[in-house]
Design a protein around this ligand. Sequence first.
Ligand SMILES: *[C@@H]1O[C@H](CO)[C@@H](O)[C@H](O)[C@H]1NC(C)=O
Ligand SMILES: *[C@@H]1O[C@H](CO)[C@@H](O)[C@H](O)[C@H]1NC(C)=O
Ligand SMILES: *[C@@H]1O[C@H](CO)[C@@H](O)[C@H](O)[C@H]1NC(C)=O
Length: 274
Amino acid sequence: MGKLAIQLLFLITFFLVLVSRILPATSQEVEDEADFNYDPNGEKGPANWGRIHPEWGACSNGSMQSPIDLLSERVDVVSHLGRLSRSYKPANATLRNRGHDMMLKWEGAAGSIEINGTEYLLKQCHWHSPSEHTINGKRLALEVHMVHESLDGKVAVVGIMYMIGRPDSFLSSLTKQLQLVAGTYERDTVAGVVDPRNIKIGSRKYYRYMGSLTIPPCTENVLWTIVRKVRTATREQVRMLRVAVHDESDTNARQIQPINSRTVKLFRPEDKDD
Ligand SMILES: *[C@@H]1O[C@H](CO)[C@@H](O)[C@H](O)[C@H]1NC(C)=O
Ligand SMILES: *[C@@H]1O[C@H](CO)[C@@H](O)[C@H](O)[C@H]1NC(C)=O
Ligand SMILES: *[C@@H]1O[C@H](CO)[C@@H](O)[C@H](O)[C@H]1NC(C)=O
C-alpha cells in the first residue's frame, strides 16, 4: 500500500469517527426541542406529563380532563343551548411549529364566538391526528381545535373532527404555507391573511362539556364544543400536518380521560332541518 493510500485511509477513519460523534448529539437536540411528547412508553410521554413540571399536575391528578369519548347513550340531548354563534373575520396569521403540533396563530383580531353571554376571542387553532375525542370509542383521522379566550381568561375550544375523504377546503388553502413549513426548521412561518370563517362546521348540532386543555399544562374549566358532524380531509392533508412538525412521531393524540361525574350535552335544534 502506498503512502498516499494510508493517508487517505487515515483521513476516512478520522472523518467517520467525527461523524459518529456529531450525529447522536444532533438527534439529542431535536428530541429536547419539546418538553413533552406522545411516546406511550417515554419519560416525556402522556403518562408522565403531570410529573414533568409542578405546574402540569392537573395532567395526572385532574378530575375533568380532555379528551373524552362521546358515547351516545351517555349524552343528554338538549335543544336550549342555542346555535353556536360565530363572528369571525380575516386577520394576519403565523404558522408555528410547536414541536408536537402545527399551530395557526392569529396576530390580529380574528373575531369571536359567544356562549351563554360570554364573548371568547379566537386566538389560534392547531391540529391533532388521529382525533383526540372519540365517538362511541372510534377515533377519526384528524381533529382541529379552535382555541378562544374571554377577556377575563376563560377558555373555550371548538373541536371539529375529520375522516379520510374529500379534501378540506381550508387545509387546501394552507397547502403552500404547510409545504414551506415542511421544508424548514424555522419555528414561525408567515401565513398571511387567514379567514377563520373558512374553517367550515356544516352542522348546527354539537356536543358541550367541561374539560381541559389536552396538552400540558392540562388546565381545567375549559368549555368544550365538539361539532357533531364529521367532516372530511384527504390522507395527504392529514400527513402534511404531521410531516411539517418534524417530531418523528406519527401521532399527537392524548388518550381518552375518565369522564367522572361530568355530563355531556348534545345540542340539537328543534326544527331538525339539518
Ligand atoms: C394536583 O397537582 C397540582 C400541581 O402539582 C397540585 O397543586 C394540586 O394540589 C394537586 N391536586 C390534588 C387533588 O392532588
Ligand atoms: C396583514 O399584514 C399586512 C402587512 O403587515 C398589512 O398590510 C395588512 O393590512 C394586514 N391585513 C389584515 C387583514 O390585518
Ligand atoms: C349561563 O349563564 C347563567 C348566568 O351566568 C348560568 O346561571 C347558567 O347556568 C349558564 N347556562 C349554561 C348552560 O351554562
